[in-house]
Design a protein around this ligand. Sequence first.
Ligand SMILES: CC(C)(COP(=O)(O)OP(=O)(O)OC[C@H]1O[C@@H](n2cnc3c(N)ncnc32)[C@H](O)[C@@H]1OP(=O)(O)O)[C@@H](O)C(=O)NCCC(=O)NCCS
Length: 153
Amino acid sequence: MHIRLADAEDDAALLALFHDSIYALGPEYYQPEELQAWAPKGQAPDWQKWRRRLEPLVTLTAWNDESLLGFLSYELDGHIDFLYTSPQAARRGVATTLLRQAEQELQEHGIDAFFTEASRVAKPFFAHHGYRVEAEEWLERDGVCLRRFRMRK
Ligand SMILES: CC(C)(COP(=O)(O)OP(=O)(O)OC[C@H]1O[C@@H](n2cnc3c(N)ncnc32)[C@H](O)[C@@H]1OP(=O)(O)O)[C@@H](O)C(=O)NCCC(=O)NCCS
């Protein structure tokens, strides 16, 4: 596995993995209408929106040769934003490798407190890495409420 920074040419691969991950790993924790609100299917991708979302973030990508295994996006205030692993690569340490690198890079910027809004899928992962739940949140999207957890380390 090798890690590199994402660039705009990776946008399509990142969006495809985002969808695959949610629809393969999410159903155990979320209802179909919740998954649809999280990652709308059946409509043309809004590339400008996706680019605007990624633009202010530092995005690390994990690869096996040409195959994208996962990605993580963070902000320089310690916020861990996106974290998605390809379903084919789940539970093989991809997200762990990305999170460790992000935390190390943040520490190099003098940040030693990290926070995220974890999905129900990701909550055990972040707990495994020492993050503690601060609050439960309900995110409203397209009229659907998604349960998630504000977690901090
Ligand atoms: C959460 C997610 C990123 C974890 O990715 P991953 O690469 O499979 O995670 P890792 O292999 O590094 O897991 C490390 C440890 O975290 C814990 N963990 C990870 N996924 C878990 C799960 N589904 N249930 C329970 N524990 C889990 C385990 O302790 C695991 O160690 P183990 O496999 O030796 O038991 C992945 O499940 C995912 O992409 N989920 C769907 C999208 C999502 O919810 N993203 C987060 C948005 S906030």
